[in-house]
Each structure stands twice: as C-alpha cells, then as structure tokens.
Design a protein around this ligand. Structure first.
Ligand SMILES: [Ca+2]
Length: 337
C-alpha cells in the first residue's frame, strides 16, 4: 500500500512539474490539453483500498479517512515569510508587513477544494442542511456537481460540514486551514508571487473564465495540492484584519479582529492573475454565499509524523524532477546539498 500511495502522489507531482515546464516553454494550449487528459486519467484512490493508519503517514502521503472524505496530503512543518514584498506587482497594503511564520508540525491539507460530491454526501447524510446551487447569478446555473468545487457555501455553512466529517471519523481533527497555513500550503516553498513563479498562465489555473473547473484539472504545486491559485476562493478560519500588524507567528488562526467577516484566499475562476497571488487576501461576511467561494479542509495529525531531515525532504521533492532545481526556490534543499 505504501508504495502504491507514494506512486500515485509522486506520479501526480511529476506530471505536474512536467506540465509546468511545458507552460514555461510557451506551449500553454498543449499544456491545457495534456493537463486535462493527465488529470482525468490519474488513477483515483479507491475507497476499498486500505488506507494507512495515522502512525503510518509520512510527508507527501495522500490518504482518505472514509469513502466520502476528501483526499488529504501530509504537508511538512516549516517556516516561511508570509505576505508580499512592497516590490511585488499588484500588491495591496493588506498583504503586509511581511513576517516569518513557523508551522510547528506537519499537518494534512485537502488535495483539492471540497467538491460538490463531497458536500452533497453531507447533505444526503443529514449533516449539512444547505444544498447550494451549482452556478451563479449572471453566469448561469447547472455547471455540474460531482468533481466541481462546492460553491455558494458560507463560512457558517462550512461549520456543519466540518462537524459532520469529524463525527464520521469519530474525532475532532478536521477544520478549515488557518490563513497562515493556507499561504504556506499555497507557496509550497516558493517565495514568488505564485507557487509556479512570478507569472501565472492559463495552463496553470483558470483565469477570467465563466465557471469553475473540476478540481485537479491544473498542475499541483510542490506539496501536491491543486487549485490553490484560483478556481474558487477558499474560506479559512481567521477573522479579518486589514494588515498583519500583531498577526500570530505560529501558524495559528487569528481569532480577534473583525470576526463577523472571515478571510478567503486564492482568487477564483472569474479573476485575472493578480487576485490569485499567494499573498492576496479578501474577506466576506461569514454568512455570505457566492458562486466563486468554496473551501478546503485541513486535518490535524494526532500522531507526530517523524521529522524528516532537509536532505530527505529534498529527495522527496525532487525524486521525480530530473531537471535542475530552480535556484532560490527551495532554500532548505540548497542547505542540504
Ligand atoms: Ca482555490
């Protein structure tokens, strides 16, 4: 099982890297076609497949706690600079000041945004009381459910989903990401405006289109996470604050400030790239529902995942990347080299 799960993840990461390189050499149309095909044909993790116990988890591992539960990826502990530098194009004052945040221990992040299929399972089971539309006023309805990200769910609505899934697994481990965790996961080691560099093309995310895309259609980042840039905005736990003055530096949620408004990150299908930058922030009333607003799950890991040396972590990240790593993007790896 261990080898199968690892191969699935590494295959996806390797393919994602290949697609990114295709994009960089100016073949975005080909990349879109291949990216879609690769994602569609990526083997799913079957419900009947034996999932690892928490004690068996390791960095990068994809797992699922139950048949209806979202796939989760184990993300390493680490430290990063949150926010954008004043030199970043399109930067807003709300993205500063930059500050170092340390994520103290590994945790798990949804591989994809929570999908309609996953939300509808909650509704069918009686755990979620609201069945949202799959569309948006002005853009039409009936976009499709299934693997499209759930939309039109408020931050308040997400509490029901989180409560339901925790009830299913019998422990209080699922939650929204904190804002710091979200940006850490979105950057996946990158200091650039996007996980993929300082520009974002249509081969890497849906840009200024007219509806959501099925999750996982675009290449994942270095942590194996898809659609952190765009598709739908993602609710996170934190209350809104219009700057990072006084923000937590330990990866925890900021639970003071304007708590009737909650933070959403990552931009959406309707936006140009500047809204999809890793540092960009927005907020909405906690009961707001919108056709470009969904969420992603985090899962606390109760068992301490063995800390991996920087050298091992690098090997894990680069094992399927035969090309020379881009300088400056993975400082831990340079230190280990
Ligand atoms: Ca997203």
């Amino acid at each position: 099982m261990g080898n199968i799960g690892r191969l699935l993840l590494e295959g996806c990461i390797g393919l994602g890297w290949g697609m990114r390189m295709l994009g960089f050499i100016a073949r975005p149309a080909l990349a879109i076609v291949l990216g879609g095909a690769l994602a569609i044909h990526a083997p799913p993790i079957h419900a009947q497949e034996k999932q690892p116990s928490e004690a068996e988890l390791e960095l990068g591992r994809v797992f699922r706690d139950c048949a209806e539960c979202p796939e989760m990826v184990v993300v390493p502990a680490g430290s990063f600079i949150m926010g954008s530098p004043v030199s970043e194009p399109e930067r807003l004052a709300t993205e500063g000041p930059q500050h170092r945040v340390t994520i103290p221990r590994p945790f798990a992040v949804g591989r994809f945004e929570v999908t309609f299929a996953e939300w509808d399972a909650c509704v069918s089971a009686g755990g979620c009381s609201y069945a949202p539309h799959d569309g948006m006023l002005g853009f039409g309805y009936g976009w499709g459910r299934g693997r499209r990200p759930v939309i039109n769910v408020s931050w308040d609505d997400t509490r029901q989903y989180v409560s339901w899934i925790n009830g299913k697994v019998g422990k209080q481990v699922y939650r929204l990401l904190t804002e710091a965790e979200w940006e850490y996961a979105a950057r996946a080691g990158a200091k650039t405006a996007y996980a993929f560099g300082n520009t974002l093309s249509r081969s890497l995310a849906p840009l200024s289109v007219y509806k959501t895309a099925p999750v996982g259609l675009f290449p994942p980042n270095a942590f194996g996470l898809s659609d952190m840039h765009g598709n739908v905005w993602e609710w996170v736990e934190d209350c809104w604050n219009d700057s990072y003055e006084g923000a937590p530096e330990n990866g925890a949620a900021w639970t003071t400030g304007e708590c009737d408004r909650r933070v959403a990150r990552g931009g959406s299908w309707m936006h140009p790239p500047r809204y999809l930058r890793a540092a960009h922030r927005d907020a909405h009333a906690s009961d707001a529902r919108s056709g470009d607003l969904g969420f992603r799950l985090a899962r606390t890991l109760e068992v301490l995942i063995a800390e991996v040396s920087p050298k091992l972590l690098c090997r894990q990240r680069f094992v399927h990347r035969p090309s020379k790593p881009l300088p400056g993007r993975y400082p831990r790896c340079r230190e280990a080299a």
